[in-house]
Design a protein around this ligand. Structure first.
Ligand SMILES: Cc1cc2nc3c(=O)[nH]c(=O)nc-3n(C[C@H](O)[C@H](O)[C@H](O)COP(=O)(O)O)c2cc1C
Length: 364
């Protein structure tokens, strides 16, 4: 199986290479009667776009989305929704050297070994540009989830070792779009920005951690045993390029806690069972509890760096060196934020449709 499709009922297939003709997505399984416009999809895509600040790449990608099908008179019809963005502004010259010299840390080597023939330009299918289709589909998933009151938010919690402390949901709603690193703590955001620029000046890159949250998720989403909600969320987030770790709730910290510390004790509020803490990240036994769903991803430092590194020439099998040219993000973390929101929204929309919490055929 080629692996370009995600989801069981809300099925998303992305297509396209970074410097090919276009990138895009086909969403199958969205119920009819959802109001949807290109402008709403565009708003989400604009958040993913590069060239927004000095801490992301200065590539100028206009990324205008066109909806080709599945919408009539401003509403979904229940038919496949195809969305496309033509690739207009790209310069593949910097990639010529990479054709036979795989970048350490990128997908060049493995694609070459597996397929033999690939579109290496701009990173081809392994480019961050592939996530454009995910974000476009995620915009639909978010709208669909909003019909049952679910809200999905993400923010940067750590970059280059600078970590934020506790922030409120309101700060997470308001602040990330006010600064280039998408951090809810504005003072820490400036420190993070400094660290990124420092790495950039040194021809290097840094990584960090993104937290993604879903609020008002109804209890009961998730299918035992292999399609547990946490298992599907982990897969969704881990499928994002440069993501090297996923934790749900207290995650790796739980390994260092006692049961008495990690257990979330229950109480009743307005006739509903809730818990005082949320170390479970809103999921028990693979099924949503009704508490907020909280996941965090570890994003590695960008592999394409402007420093000389050792590699192998695939034609001669001799050792050589490479210095990556072209415009790359010195830190991918801020651009991963909207992608995490999209992937969590896609997973929840799929499970809400599977559970019948959102009707599969038509809304209203
Ligand atoms: C939004 C986004 C933007 C990215 N931008 C870059 C980039 O400018 N340069 C780069 O080397 N990698 C970039 N990446 C990461 C690569 O896509 C990723 O490292 C590569 O596909 C190898 O996969 P892996 O790191 O998961 O093993 C980006 C990823 C995302 C999600």
């Amino acid at each position: 199986m080629p692996g370009n499709t995600f989801g069981r009922v809300f099925r998303v297939t992305t297509f396209g290479e970074s410097h090919g003709r276009a990138v895009g997505v086909v969403v199958d399984g969205c119920p009819a009667m959802l109001e949807l416009s290109e402008a709403e999809i565009q708003r989400e895509l604009d958040r993913r776009r590069p060239g927004q600040s000095a801490v992301t790449t200065q590539r100028k990608e206009e990324d205008r989305v066109e909806i080709l099908s599945g919408i009539y008179e401003g509403k979904t019809t229940g038919m496949p929704i195809a969305m496309i963005v033509y690739n207009r502004e790209y310069d593949s010259s910097a990639y010529e050297e990479l054709r036979f010299k795989p970048r350490p840390g990128h997908a060049d080597l493995t694609y070459f070994l597996k397929y033999g023939h690939r579109d290496h330009r701009g990173g081809g299918r392994a480019s961050g540009r592939e996530t454009l289709g995910r974000v476009a589909a995620g915009a639909i998933a978010k709208k669909l989830l909003a019909t049952i009151g679910v809200e999905v938010l993400a923010h940067t919690v750590e970059i280059a070792g600078i970590r934020i402390d506790e922030v409120s949901i309101d700060e997470i709603r308001e602040n990330p779009e006010k600064n280039p690193v998408r951090c809810a703590d504005l003072a820490k955001a400036r420190e993070m920005e400094e660290r990124i620029l420092e790495a950039k000046r040194e021809g290097d890159s840094v990584g960090g951690v993104v937290e993604v949250i879903a609020l008002n998720v109804p209890p009961g989403l998730g299918e035992p045993v292999f399609d547990k909600l946490d298992a599907d969320i982990a897969k969704a987030l881990m499928s994002i390029g440069a993501v090297k770790g996923v934790e749900i709730g207290s995650g790796f910290t739980s390994a260092r806690l006692r049961g008495s510390e990690n257990n979330d004790e229950f109480f009743v509020e307005d006739g509903r069972i809730r818990s005082r803490s949320n170390n479970a990240g809103g999921i028990l036994g693979g099924i949503s509890t009704g508490m907020p769903i909280v996941a965090r991803v570890a994003v590695k430092p960008t592999s394409s760096i402007a420093r000389e590194q050792h590699t192998v020439d695939l034609r001669t099998m001799r050792e050589t060196t490479i210095t990556v040219r072209g415009r790359h993000d010195p830190c991918i973390v801020p651009r991963v934020v909207p992608v995490c929101e999209a992937m969590l929204a896609l997973t929840l929309a799929d499970h809400a449709l599977r559970a019948g919490v959102i009707p599969a055929t038509r809304l209203g």
